[in-house]
Design a protein around this ligand. Structure first.
Ligand code: GSH
Length: 215
């Protein structure tokens, strides 16, 4: 049954799902939707919370990024993107929680949105929000830097933790404040660079203006 991913190209959560599908070698159709579509009754049928991404496989519909990543990894053959040892797997879920609950709301939704997206949408960055979110992001990145003792976040194999955390950090690193924070942390910078070179990350790069074009 073919897979469809609904969302915007520029969304880090949507990108995480697409990267996971590419890493697993699974063909999928990317249904690029616009902001207006999230508000429709039709969209509420596939995600009543009106967020993206949504993964659809026939009559199976799944939303919430961590759930989608776990499903894609487990439902299909190929290289596993989750460590099998319980402690390592728990660490992977810990990083997924950090990405979703800390990096995304502060580094992406505040720092990236204010510094990059507000001007693109014709507004001005709220410098107070930028400064506050950069300060908190700095603390988040300290934790990342201290924990990057292996090639990837959990050991020496790519896992779902790298995919979701790397997707968030990509957007943080686009801001000048975020880029300075990454540059000051050599292990984080090297890890992000390694991820950015992967075919899956390259193939899912999206123009920042796309959100505006569809809005
Ligand atoms: N908890 C959700 C969060 C999804 C989310 O916030 N997606 C953003 C894009 S990255 C979105 O739908 N934004 C549009 C909006 O909030 O209207 C998940 O893990 O998938």
């Amino acid at each position: 049954m073919s897979i469809v991913v609904h969302g915007f190209g520029v969304s880090p959560n949507v990108r995480s799902v697409r990267i996971t599908l590419i890493e697993k070698g699974i063909d999928y159709h990317f249904n690029e939707i616009g902001f207006d579509y999230l508000a429709t009754d039709e969209y509420a049928q596939i995600n009543p919370f009106r967020k993206m991404p949504v993964l659809q496989q026939g009559d199976f519909v799944l939303y919430e990024t961590p759930a989608i990543l776990g499903y894609v990894d487990e439902a299909f053959d190929g290289f596993s993107l989750q460590p099998s040892v319980p402690k390592a797997r728990a660490k992977m879920w810990q990083w997924i929680g950090i990405a979703a609950n800390y990096l995304y709301p502060v580094g992406v939704m505040q720092l990236f949105l204010q510094r990059i997206m507000s001007p693109i949408m014709g507004g001005a960055a709220d410098e107070i929000v930028v400064a506050e979110s950069a300060k908190i992001t700095s603390q988040h990145l300290d934790v990342l830097e201290q924990n990057l003792t292996t090639s990837f976040l959990v050991g020496d194999e790519l896992s779902l933790a790298d995919i979701i955390t790397g997707s968030m950090l990509y957007y943080i690193n686009i801001t000048k404040e975020g880029a300075a924070l990454v540059k000051a942390r050599p292990k984080t910078a090297a890890w992000l660079h390694t991820l950015s070179q992967r075919k899956s990350f390259q193939q899912t790069l999206a123009g920042l203006l796309e959100g505006k074009a569809q809005g």
